[in-house]
Write a protein that binds this ligand. Sequence first.
Ligand code: SF4
Ligand code: SF4
Length: 428
Amino acid sequence: MSADYTTMWQELGLDLEAHDGLLTVLGAAYEDVYLSQHDRPAGMSYFDFCVSEIHGLRVRELMDAKAAGRKVVGSFCLYVPEELILAVNGISVGLCSGADMGSAHSGRLLPKNTCAMIRSFVDFKLTKVCPYMEASDLVIGETTCDGKKKAYELFGQLHSTFVLEVPHTKSPAARALFRSELDRLVERLEALSEVTVTTEGLRAAIGTVNAKRAALQRLARLRAANPAPISGRDALLINQIQFYDDPVRFTGSLHTLCDELDDRAKRGAGVTPPEAPRVLVSGCPMSAPNWKVPFLLEKNGGVIVGEESCVGERGTRNLVRDTGDSRAELLDALADRYLGIDCAVFTPNEERIDHVIEMARDLRADGVLHYVIQFCTPYSMETHRVEEALRAEGLPLLKLETDYSMEDAGALETRIQAFLEMLAARGA
Ligand code: SF4
Ligand code: SF4
């Protein structure tokens, strides 16, 4: 980090000892997982810088913005429209947590069979180690899976929280409900910020987020090249950083990187040999710093070419129509776009199955790794449907269920090695 931020962290009320511990573990993991890679694109230096300042300079920017009257709004899920936060001149930060804090704290409040993502964000709050959470003037939760919606009842006792009702079907009645929920969210954000959402302000916010998603789509398309011009780990990192970086700066830096990847693809240059098994990851999101499975897969000679995940294409593939003439029409467009997301909490959810197949084809994947966070019922239940569809396409599937701890790393690695050997033998 470029400066001493101790005073800022103290002002945020962080537990300095626990926070130091987290940063030490993070720094060591980053060295192993990221900085040890060969032939990384030069454009990754911006994203390395983002990580090095994740609890420093970026938090300083948030604090300066707050001092100037802007509001910081945290959220945990793709169904919360970032555009609405920008439209009240707010700053949107993703709070989904990908670190195992040992559950010593959340273990008192949550059942044992709670997924690692929920445990992690509750632990982050209880242990006071996340500057983004503590800087948030409001946190927006959602009624997606049962675990999350019940966890927000606990979380809401500790932090100012708004819960957005997300329906579980895509019927006209469900769409009407979600649309009315966006009105309720607008009201809350306007009250918080004392800024009115105008047609122009909302259109500009939609433009900013569309541009960011278009840049992420460009990155996704470039990964279809063989050899892959960028590792899956680096692409995942970029998708994780988009949840907390300034969107305009992020978009510019990502296009610079994509120009470089474009050039690599044209020259046939890549990060792995062309015969490296190409794997699509599908399933639960991998929030920073959850890099375990991608690291194990790529250190054993495979390359991840796409993520059918919320930290990946599920969150970026659809843009919002920006053609409405009124605020209501733009809110309609937001409702349509956000209800198009194919999370496993919806039923039926055929679009997701089709999307996995489409991505595997477009990205020329040799196989799919279906990733489920232990105790996540929605994604665990959908595994079977994904498996059936892939079998019909003749594509091998590796099903992994894990949490954030490193205890099972050896067992996972053995299964990943066997999967990669099988893919290599099929391609030989
Ligand atoms: S998996 Fe579903 S509930 Fe979880 S962040 Fe993604 S969209 Fe939200
Ligand atoms: S991983 Fe599954 S159980 Fe955990 S928060 Fe996401 S949808 Fe809910």
